[in-house]
Design a protein around this ligand. Structure first.
Ligand code: MG
Ligand code: ZN
Length: 216
């Protein structure tokens, strides 16, 4: 009983800060995406390709959430965009307060899109509003095609879904057709992109969506 009460209070506070974050970001005309996935599905690799493909056209920045290291932030920094690292020291998700502190060190006036790479975890990040416009859930073909059914909260919280590492499809058991069925069973209105951060296959549709649909 006690634990439930405390947790609810934390979530309520989070909702308040997330609402403020959203007002600040929208006020600055920044579109914000919160990327969710299990560890190893390729969030950082997708970001690296995206940053390169949209460089010079769209002004972007990245907030990196990580349990222990700043390895991913170092990778992102090589692509010439502002990046802020949040190390959660074991914490398994980002919350709105952490994102606010990262936002405070970014020049929001100079941004069109802010990407937030959440901690690799498909469970609790789905429950925390950070003030983003949308959550994007990423799965790779080396994972199970039934993951939308196993993690319905994440696949429902995200309007947009990315299937990554499609270059590996010939070598794994993953059934794309079953995966698509599962995605749309959980979220009938989902937008689904299928791509490979290694070969850049499928990135045209994704970057077109970012530049034409997400941005006003
Ligand atoms: Mg990463
Ligand atoms: Zn957590």
């Amino acid at each position: 009983m006690e634990i439930i009460t405390v947790e609810r209070r934390i979530l309520e506070k989070n909702e308040d800060i997330a609402k403020e974050n959203r007002e600040i970001l929208r006020g600055k005309n920044v579109r914000t995406l919160d990327l969710l996935s299990s560890p190893g599905s390729g969030k950082t690799a997708i970001l690296e390709q995206t940053l390169d493909l949209l460089a010079g056209r769209i002004r972007m920045a990245v907030i990196e959430g990580d349990v222990q290291t700043d390895n991913d932030a170092r990778r992102i920094a090589k692509h010439g965009v502002p990046v802020v690292q949040i190390i959660t020291h074991g914490g398994c998700h980002l919350d709105a307060r952490l994102v606010r502190s990262a936002m405070d060190s970014l020049a929001l006036d100079d941004l069109d899109i802010l990407f937030i790479e959440n901690v690799g975890n498909l469970v609790c990040p789905a429950a925390f509003d950070l003030g983003e416009d949308e959550k994007v859930v990423i799965l790779s073909v080396t994972e199970g095609d039934d993951k939308p059914l196993k993690y319905p909260l994440a696949f429902r919280a995200a309007k947009t879904c990315i299937l990554n590492k499609t270059d590996l499809l010939p070598h794994v058991e993953f059934r794309s057709e079953v995966f698509r069925e599962n995605v749309f069973r959980i979220n009938p209105k989902a937008t689904l992109f299928e791509m490979s951060a290694k070969t850049k296959e499928g990135f045209g549709a994704w970057t077109a969506w970012l530049s034409d649909t997400l941005l006003p």
